[in-house]
Write a new protein. Structure first.
Length: 503
């Protein structure tokens, strides 16, 4: 038992609910009295068919309940594949609104009881399609006055509201030939208890009635793309009917045509954020398979969204005139390839010349600096002074080696200072080193960087001077007379010669 509980906890933690299929029971309660006759065909084409083909997924269950004089169960089918949807659509063809009466009270009670008895595993979504008029047959036990009718109706919808089911009401025009006492629609009172809006059917909104009624998004795309090449763009528009923002991710657009079935023609996924109750239009980049022949084509495509988004339509036909890959002649392509090759060779040549120039320039600079050092060494009694910084690379040419003539000074710090500290950022000229009659004196100028040095340091050669950066990084600088490698070798050779001569 403990192992079972542990397994359930692991599943809950590592496999959140949104990763599991969100199956739904869609219960459509439709008024089939004769007052619905003028709108019935549009209702089937623009609402029921749209919901079946675009908004229901494998694992959902479709329930169609009809009512006139009494409620009936017409369809209850679990969606398994396309064949299930085709079977449902065929059954819908024989359904006709020919009832003489409308027993709305009995229908609401039946709707509650039917939905209550369904398995609790699926989310419940109810669509109530009616004019809201209660005109029961003579044999109905619900032939009341308007006060009793409203009382019974509201009692039924309160039971539905308690269950937390999602309810959508679509109101149709009332009966033209109805008796005066049967002309009242009770939908506004029912919607008030359910706290849901009423969507009123009209000629203007009939094509989008599924979106208005359920809040499910709608996809629009051009069926005729005109002339296109192998790579092309297609504009898409998504309308969000919900009062909440919608984030969609279009993962694939698959060709369903016989010769190219299963090929994804979308170049990359697209993620878009559609504001509440707004349309959003964007273009997607697509490419056709290489074997598609040129000329006029008709292809069937299917859209794949994240989390199997309930959007319609999910598939349809597009027509286009495929011009192939032409647009640049073969000779032009060859010429472009030649030009690109020449351009590439020129770029490589320029890089080589630049490299050689920089190499020679660096050599010249190094030699000139060394020559200057030799000249200074011979013309002055003192040697150049080198500054070294702990943990800082000292092999930077003669950047930190300078001759300081008597009475002159050199700056120390970052930027353009004579002696450069680049290990950590420091300002320029935080201190100076001065030659006073052959004695070298270090003078701190910005004392915050020398917390352990209060005053100037006389005879500062070969002494560690601690520097602290603004961020507290500590390092030591040391000044000493510079002896070149060549001079060290010469000294070594002279010592060997003098040792040999004594022997």
């Amino acid at each position: 038992m403990r192992r079972v509980i542990l397994l359930l906890v692991i599943i809950i933690i590592f496999f959140p609910a949104h990763l599991f299929p969100d199956n739904m029971d869609l219960i459509v309660m439709i008024d089939t009295s004769e007052s619905m006759f003028p709108y019935f065909q549009d209702l089937m084409n623009y609402l029921i068919k749209d919901l079946l083909t675009g908004n229901l997924h494998k694992g959902d269950t479709f329930h169609l309940l009809s009512f006139a004089g009494k409620p009936e169960i017409d369809i209850s089918e679990k969606i398994k594949n396309k064949s299930t949807i085709e079977k449902i659509l065929k059954k819908l063809l024989i359904l006709q609104p020919l009832g003489k009466y409308t027993d709305l009270v009995r229908a609401i009670k039946f709707l509650y009881q039917y939905t209550k008895e369904l398995p609790e595993t699926n989310k419940k979504t109810i669509l109530l399609l009616t004019d809201g008029i209660h005109d029961p047959p003579p044999y109905s036990p619900y032939r009341f006055n308007s006060e009793e009718i409203l009382k019974n109706l509201l009692a039924g919808v309160r039971e539905i509201k308690k269950e937390g089911w999602s309810v959508h009401i679509i109101k149709f025009p009332g009966k033209i030939t109805a008796k005066p006492e049967a002309k009242k629609s009770y939908l506004s009172e029912m919607a008030g208890v359910l706290e849901v809006p009423i969507v009123t059917y009209s000629e203007k909104n009939k094509k989008n009635i599924a979106g208005y009624a359920t809040g499910f998004p709608k996809l629009y795309y051009p069926e005729n793309l005109g002339s296109i090449r192998k790579n092309f763009k297609m504009p898409l528009t998504i309308r969000n009917y919900s009062d909440k923002p919608l984030i969609i991710r279009l993962n694939k657009i698959i060709l369903l045509s016989q010769n190219y079935s299963g090929i994804n023609i979308l170049k990359k996924p697209y993620v878009k954020n559609i504001p509440p109750e707004k349309k959003y239009t964007f273009s997607v980049r697509m490419h056709l398979p290489a074997r598609v022949p040129a000329g006029n084509q008709t292809a069937r495509i299917k859209f794949f969204f994240n989390n199997d988004l309930r959007i319609s339509p999910k598939e349809g036909n597009i027509t286009f005139n495929y011009t192939g890959t032409r647009g640049i002649s073969f000779n032009t392509q060859i010429l472009l390839y030649i030009l690109y090759t020449i351009f590439g060779i020129v770029i490589i040549y320029l890089f080589i010349r630049l490299f050689i120039y920089l190499k020679n320039r660096i050599s010249d600079l190094s030699f000139s600096e060394y020559s200057e050092y030799v000249k200074v060494s011979h013309n002055t009694a003192s040697r150049p002074i080198e500054m070294r910084v702990s943990f800082q690379n000292p092999y930077i040419g003669f950047r930190n080696i300078h001759s300081i003539t008597p009475g002159s000074s050199k700056s120390i710090g970052g930027g353009s200072s004579s002696y450069l500290i680049f290990l950590v950022p420091v300002p320029r000229k935080i201190g100076i080193i001065k030659n006073t009659d052959g004695h070298y004196v270090f003078i701190p100028l910005i004392k915050e960087f020398f917390p352990f040095t209060d005053n100037k340091i006389v005879d500062c050669l070969n002494r560690n001077i601690q520097v602290e950066s603004e961020k507290g990084y500590k390092m030591n600088i040391i000044f000493k007379e510079y002896i070149s490698q060549l001079e060290k070798i010469n000294q070594l050779m002279h010592s060997i010669d003098s040792t040999g001569s004594k022997t």
